[in-house]
Design a protein around this ligand. Structure first.
Ligand code: PLP
Length: 546
C-alpha cells in the first residue's frame, strides 16, 4: 500500500509530502505561464482538428495497466492545454471568465478538504460559505435574508430548471406523487436563453406550452404581448404557471421590466382568481449589475464618467426590482470572473422548498440526525461540490467596489468601442443598446439598420445582408487567435416589407470580459475589423470604403 499512499496528500501534514505537491503545482503553473502570449489567444499551438480528430482519440484510449509517474501525468495534462483558448485582452467573444486568483484559491481549498455540500457534517466549510454568500447576496438584491434560501447549482440553466420545479410543486403539491397537470404554461421573451426550452422538455410540460413573447426595440419583453398571450391561455382553460424574466439577454443584454411583469401577473391573478404566477428572474448574464443597486450616483465615490453613470443608473432602476421575483441567479462564472461552475440560485421565500424536499424516510444515509443541521435534500443533485467557496473568496477579495470597478469597465470599453467602430468604418451599424455587449452588422454598401429595424427592407435583402455577415464572420473567425469576436444568427427578429414571417438578424458580437480588455486596446480591436472588412469587400468586388 505504500506506493498507493504516495498518490495521496499526507495524513499528518509532513513537509516532505507538501513539498512534493507544491512542486507539481509549481510545474503546472510554470508550464502554463510559458505558453501565455498576450498577443495570442491560445496557449501554445492549436492541435490540428482534422475530421478524424476525436475518432483517433477514441481508438488510442486505454487505461494503462500500471500507473505512470506523476511527471508523465503532468506532461499529458499539459498536452491537453496546448492550443487552449485563454481569456486575455484579445478575447471579446462571449461571457467566458478568467477566474480571479481568490476564486482559484477558493476552489483549491474546496478540493483539498473535499467537503460534500449535501450535508454540513460532510462539508462544513462549503455549508457555511453557502449560507454566508446566500445572506450577503440576498441583502444586496433586497431579499429578506431571514426568509430567503440559496444553493449553488448547475449553472444559470440549472437555476431555471430548479425554479420551474419550485413553480410546479407550489402550484400542484401533489404533482410529486401523481405527475404534473397537463394545462400548465410558461412564458418567456423570444430572446430568452434556451434554458427554459430545455426545462419544459425535462419537466414534462412540453415545448408547445412554452409561449414566446415578442420583444421591444430595446430587446426587453413586450408587456402588452405578454398580457395578451397570458389571457389567451387563460381563455382556453390553461394555467399561466411561470414567467421567465430575462435580465440581460445572452446576445444583446436586453433587460425585461420586472416591475411591469409582476403587475401584469398580479392583475391577472386577481381578475381570474389564479394561484400566484411564479416569476424567475434569469439574471445569469445581468445579475452582477445588482452590485450597483445601492450605488450613490450623486456622490459617485468611484468617480465614474457621466456616460457610464447614465448606463449604470438605468440598470439600477431595473435591477432594484429583482426583489419582486420569486427567485434569481448569480452566475459568477460569467461577469463575476470565477471558474465553472459557480452559480448561486437564490429563492426569495425558503418556505417554497418544502414542496420539493425529500421525506425524512427517503434519506436514510444522511441528514436528519442529532448532529448536523444543514441538509440540502431539496436539491436535484445529491453530492454537491462546494463552489460557494470560490464565490465567497471572490466576494471577499473584490468587495463591492472591486466588482463595481470591473463591471463599470465593461461598459467603458464598450462605449469606446462603439465610438471608434462607427468613426473608423463607414459600412457598419450598431444594433443594440450600450451594455457589456455590442452587437454590430456590416453592409455591402451603406448601413441600412434603421430601415431593417423599421421593417422597410425585403426579406431577400435582409437575408443577403445576413449572408454577407456570415461570410465575414468566417473570415475573421479564421484569425480568432488574434482577436476573437463572437457572433449570433438571431440577434433579434425584424419585420420585412414583403413577408409575414419575421427575419432573424445576423450580428457580430463584441463582448469584453477580460480585465485586460481596457480602453487602450480598443483601437487595435477596431483596426483588426477594418483591415479585414476592406480586404473582404475587395474580394467581393464591392464598392470600396469611404
Ligand atoms: C448563460 C445563460 C444561461 C445559462 O447559464 P449557464 O451558467 O451557462 O448554465 C441562462 N440564461 C441566460 C440569460 C444566460 O445568458
Amino acid at each position: 500500500m505504500k506506493e498507493i499512499q504516495k498518490l495521496f496528500p499526507s495524513m499528518d501534514g509532513n513537509d516532505f509530502q507538501r513539498e512534493e505537491l507544491l512542486s507539481y503545482f509549481k510545474t503546472i503553473l510554470t508550464k502554463i505561464d510559458e505558453l501565455k502570449d498576450p498577443n495570442k489567444l491560445t496557449l501554445g499551438e492549436m492541435p490540428e482538428y482534422t475530421e478524424d480528430y476525436y475518432n483517433r482519440i477514441i481508438q488510442k484510449a486505454d487505461v494503462p495497466t500500471t500507473g505512470v509517474p506523476m511527471d508523465e501525468v503532468m506532461a499529458e495534462l499539459l498536452k491537453l492545454v496546448d492550443g487552449h483558448r485563454y481569456v486575455n485582452r484579445n478575447y471579446v467573444a462571449n461571457a467566458a471568465p478568467l477566474p480571479n486568483i481568490a476564486s482559484i484559491i477558493g476552489n483549491l481549498v474546496m478540493v483539498l478538504v473535499n467537503g460534500n455540500n449535501l450535508w454540513d457534517v460532510e462539508g462544513p466549510a462549503a455549508a457555511t460559505a453557502e449560507v454566508e454568500v446566500t445572506s450577503m447576496l440576498s441583502k444586496l438584491i433586497g431579499y429578506d435574508e431571514n426568509l430567503s434560501a440559496g444553493y449553488t447549482t448547475w449553472g444559470g440553466q440549472g437555476a431555471v430548471f430548479n425554479s420551474l420545479r419550485l413553480a410546479i410543486a407550489r402550484y400542484a403539491p401533489t404533482s410529486n406523487q401523481i405527475g404534473i397537470p397537463r394545462n400548465l404554461y410558461c412564458f418567456c421573451s423570444e430572446l430568452s436563453h434556451y434554458s427554459l426550452y430545455k426545462s419544459v422538455e425535462a419537466a414534462g410540460i412540453g415545448v408547445e406550452n412554452m409561449i414566446r413573447v415578442k420583444v421591444n426595440h430595446d430587446h426587453s419583453m413586450n408587456i402588452e404581448d405578454l398580457k395578451e398571450k397570458m389571457e389567451q391561455v387563460i381563455a382556453k382553460g390553461g394555467v399561466p404557471l411561470y414567467v421567465l424574466a430575462t435580465m440581460g439577454t445572452t446576445d444583446t443584454f436586453g433587460i425585461d421590466n420586472l416591475e411591469e411583469i409582476k403587475q401584469v401577473a398580479e392583475e391577472l391573478e386577481s381578475t381570474h382568481c389564479l394561484s400566484p404566477i411564479y416569476i424567475h428572474a434569469d439574471t445569469a448574464m445581468g445579475g452582477m449589475y445588482t452590485f450597483f443597486n445601492n450605488y450613490d450616483f450623486e456622490s459617485n465615490p468611484l468617480g465614474l464618467e457621466d456616460n457610464i453613470k447614465e448606463v449604470l443608473k438605468s440598470y439600477q432602476q431595473k435591477f432594484k426590482h429583482i426583489k419582486l421575483a420569486d427567485s434569481m441567479v448569480f452566475d459568477f462564472h460569467k461577469l463575476g470572473q470565477t471558474p465553472y461552475i459557480t452559480s448561486l440560485f437564490l429563492i426569495k421565500n425558503r418556505e417554497n422548498l418544502k414542496y420539493v424536499d425529500l421525506d425524512e424516510e427517503e434519506t436514510p444515509y444522511v441528514g436528519n440526525r442529532g448532529y448536523g443541521s444543514y441538509h440540502t435534500g431539496y436539491t436535484l443533485e445529491c453530492s454537491r461540490m462546494g463552489s460557494a467557496m470560490a464565490i465567497y473568496a471572490s466576494l471577499l477579495a473584490f468587495g463591492m467596489e472591486g466588482y463595481q470597478k470591473l463591471l463599470a469597465n465593461y461598459i467603458r470599453v464598450n462605449i469606446k468601442f462603439r465610438e471608434t467602430l462607427t468613426k473608423e468604418i463607414s459600412n457598419v451599424a450598431i444594433t443594440n443598446e450600450i451594455s457589456p455587449i455590442t452587437t454590430f452588422r456590416f453592409y455591402p454598401e451603406e448601413p441600412k439598420w434603421k430601415d431593417e429595424w423599421n421593417g422597410l427592407l425585403t426579406a431577400e435583402e435582409m437575408i443577403e445582408i445576413n449572408q454577407f455577415n456570415d461570410e465575414f464572420a468566417e473570415v475573421i473567425g479564421a484569425e480568432r487567435d488574434t482577436v476573437f469576436y463572437g457572433n449570433t444568427k438571431k440577434q433579434r427578429l425584424v419585420e420585412s416589407a414583403n413577408s409575414s414571417k419575421r427575419i432573424p438578424v445576423y450580428a457580430h458580437k463584441f463582448f469584453t470580459i477580460s480585465p485586460y480588455s481596457t480602453v487602450e486596446e480598443v483601437d487595435r480591436y477596431v483596426e483588426f475589423l477594418r483591415e479585414h472588412i476592406v480586404f473582404f469587400l475587395k474580394t467581393k468586388n464591392a464598392v470600396p470604403l469611404k
